[in-house]
Design a protein around this ligand. Structure first.
Ligand code: DAH
Length: 342
């Protein structure tokens, strides 16, 4: 606090002036400014006390000291008025209202393709199957060689497959997982393997460079085609309804012998013929067959002791029929207007 001088000279007045102005500068709130004004300039204030000292000063100095004192009083008045009338109000403290309901984060949902995979998994789990996975970047050996697909087979052509390297490619089928599972353990085996596969197909309503398959494999002693038929019928009835009928047509796959294409009676018209089954009454749902003994040889299984069956289906196709869609490009476009409908 500025000390009132005991005797008045230009020097003692100068000291008081500096101290008082510094105080005025430091006063921050309206209340502090007001208190300071009262102490310095009030009726019983310090400036008044200093004026009273004028009478004791040398007479020849009084005019100068009087001028200095008047100037100081004006200076202090200005300094104390120039302070803002009120400091800006402190921003209101945020109040947390514990009674308000919480804000729900937007909830995602399963993609239609994953929804199909989950539904199919559920059915096969009830039949005692486990879920297996394998890499999407795969060795030629698992995609072709060990599946009994010889070196000169056309599906090894680079126009049929994405090669990253001489022996490394993006898998073109989930059948790769059959080999990986058999390599890693002994029968009995009951697995399904859903996943992405890649082919350099020209994209259109029914083809994509990326799509999903779901593979199945059962290996044990005494497994027959009757078991294959039973499992697939259980699966089809679980997915499409209990009145579904099924038929096998002879086919060819390098890793199964015999091989079949599997059709189900149309789940829309029951077999009479409609737009969904394209008037055929039947809908092809997957490829299957009995595991070729050559495949067992690659994984070191005794082909005399074990038999098995395998099957593979396209998940996009199943999903398109389930949701009555006619263009599989919709699955990959990430258009929320499409995805939110299901
Ligand atoms: N991997 C075959 C394909 O991509 C589908 C397939 C057919 C898988 C028959 C199988 C099977 O396991 O037994 O066309």
């Amino acid at each position: 606090m500025a000390q009132t001088p005991t005797h008045l000279t230009p020097e003692t007045l100068g000291e008081f002036r500096s101290a008082a102005l510094a105080e005025a500068q430091a006063a921050a709130t309206p209340a502090e400014v007001e208190a300071l004004r009262a102490r310095l300039l009030g009726r019983k204030g310090q400036v008044r006390d200093i004026f009273a000292l004028l009478g004791q000063a040398a007479p020849e100095q009084r005019p100068l000291l009087g001028q200095l004192l008047n100037a100081l009083r004006q200076e202090l008045e200005a300094a104390l008025v120039a302070k803002p009338a009120a400091a800006p109000a402190a921003p209101p403290r945020p109040v947390f209202d514990f009674s308000l309901p919480g804000r729900l984060p937007p909830r995602g949902r399963l993609h239609p393709i994953n929804e199909t995979i989950e539904a199919v998994k559920d059915i096969f789990k009830r039949l005692g199957f486990e879920v297996a996975v394998g890499p999407e970047v795969e060795l030629d050996y698992y995609n072709f060689e060990a599946l009994n697909i010889p070196r000169d087979h056309p599906s090894r052509d680079s126009f049929d497959t994405f090669f990253l390297h001489d022996d490394v490619l993006l898998r073109s089928q989930t059948s790769t997982v059959q080999v990986r599972v058999m390599e890693s353990r002994k029968p009995p085996i009951r697995v399904i393997a859903p996943g992405k596969v890649y082919r350099p197909d020209t994209v259109d309503a029914t083809h994509g460079f990326l799509f999903h398959q779901l593979e199945g494999l059962v290996v044990d002693e005494g497994v027959t085609m009757a078991d294959l038929k039973y499992v697939l019928l259980e699966f089809a009835r679980g997915l499409y309804g209990k009145d579904i009928r099924m038929r096998f047509r002879p086919s060819f796959f390098p890793f199964t012998e015999p091989s079949v294409e599997v059709d189900i009676s149309c789940f829309v018209c029951g077999g009479k013929g409609c737009s969904v089954c394209k008037k055929a009454g039947w809908i092809e749902i997957l490829g299957a067959g009995m595991v070729d003994p050559n495949v067992f040889r690659y994984v070191g299984y005794d082909a005399e002791r074990y038999t098995g069956f395998a099957f593979g289906m396209g998940v996009e196709r199943v999903t398109m029929r389930r949701l009555n869609l006619n263009d599989m490009r919709l699955f990959l476009e990430n258009d929320l207007r499409f995805l939110r409908q299901f």
